[in-house]
Design a protein. Structure first.
Length: 312
């Protein structure tokens, strides 16, 4: 009797274990996105964690762990190909991601403000503010966790899922738009006059959608869909610098800053944004990350040749 009971229970266990492996990627991505959105709304609007030292860490950490847990148990071979968590050219991805993150942070968050304060309005305050310096280590961890979630969810899972139904370019666009809408909560949470809130929502969604397009092109074309490690580094650096280091008036909003204090500052920021992003769009669209390695090797060889000639 005992043996019969065990044998009859095995098929049901096997059937349960294959549920996630039978689902198509679009369904899985929809489930994971729903989990992420609900958790984000609860942390932001219900629990108000954005006003605490913890920030909305639970909505970053636990949805990411759920995604990893499901893929690790049921679709382990897709962790690299679908979620983008691959060690393909790991060192190159890390170095390129760091360089791009610093470039965007300087040109967008700092460059526009410096141009405005130095050339357009010398009276504009250019003081450096470090937001909660005692929590910098935690904020770096927070933004690293955020980058892992958002890149694996939007560029990895969603973009690859859309590619099963539409062209890669449309998949990039769709995932970028959803990524933009994902960030609409902060200006709504901060409130204010309806017109002002709607302007902030539009600005937030627009700029994060552009960022999503850039990151999507990086993953699909520049990285050949093989790794999101570089983007995770870029995403972490970009958010960390933007949120924790401010030049000018102290920030007045939670989440990504979108408050600009004058038309001149808007124009200076827009110019640096346009030049930086247009250049990166062209590079990511036309070249592969392997080109960086080739250029670096040639540059290193040229330096060695010059040194050897000097010694001789």
């Amino acid at each position: 009797m005992v043996q019969t009971t065990v044998q009859e229970s095995v098929p049901s266990v096997q059937e349960d274990s294959t549920f996630w492996s039978r689902l198509d990627l679009l369904t899985i991505s929809g489930i994971m996105l729903t989990i992420g959105v609900i958790w984000r709304v609860v942390d932001q609007f219900v629990l108000g964690l954005g006003d605490t030292w913890m920030n909305i860490m639970p909505s970053k950490l636990f949805p990411f762990l759920i995604i990893i847990g499901v893929f690790w148990k049921y679709r382990r071979d897709e962790i690299g190909s679908i979620l983008g968590l691959s060690n393909h050219r790991l060192k190159l991805q890390l170095s390129v991601g760091l360089g791009i993150g610093l470039l965007i942070s300087f040109m967008i968050d700092i460059g526009g403000t410096l141009i405005y304060g130095i050339f357009l309005d010398p009276a504009y305050p250019l003081d450096l503010h470090i937001i909660h310096p005692e929590l910098l280590w935690y904020m770096f961890l927070f933004f690293l966790t955020n980058a892992f979630l958002e890149e694996t969810l939007f560029r990895g899972l969603l973009q690859n899922a859309f590619k099963t139904r539409v062209t890669p370019n449309r998949a990039i666009l769709l995932s970028a738009v959803i990524f933009g809408l994902w960030h609409a909560g902060w200006p709504i949470l901060n409130g204010g006059p309806v017109n002002e809130v709607m302007t902030h929502v539009f600005t937030m969604v627009f700029f994060t959608t552009i960022l999503g397009l850039l990151f999507g092109i990086y993953y699909e074309r520049f990285s050949s869909g093989r790794s999101l490690v570089g983007l995770i580094v870029t995403h972490t650096i970009l958010n960390f610098v933007n949120e924790c280091f401010k030049i000018g008036p102290e920030p007045v909003m939670q989440g990504p800053d979108i408050v600009l204090y004058s038309q001149g500052l808007v124009m200076a920021t827009f110019v640096t944004f346009f030049v930086t992003f247009l250049s990166l769009f062209i590079i990511f669209w036309r070249y592969k990350i392997e080109r960086v390695s080739t250029i670096r090797t040639r540059f290193s060889d040229r330096i060695k040749d010059n040194v050897s000639r000097t010694d001789n």
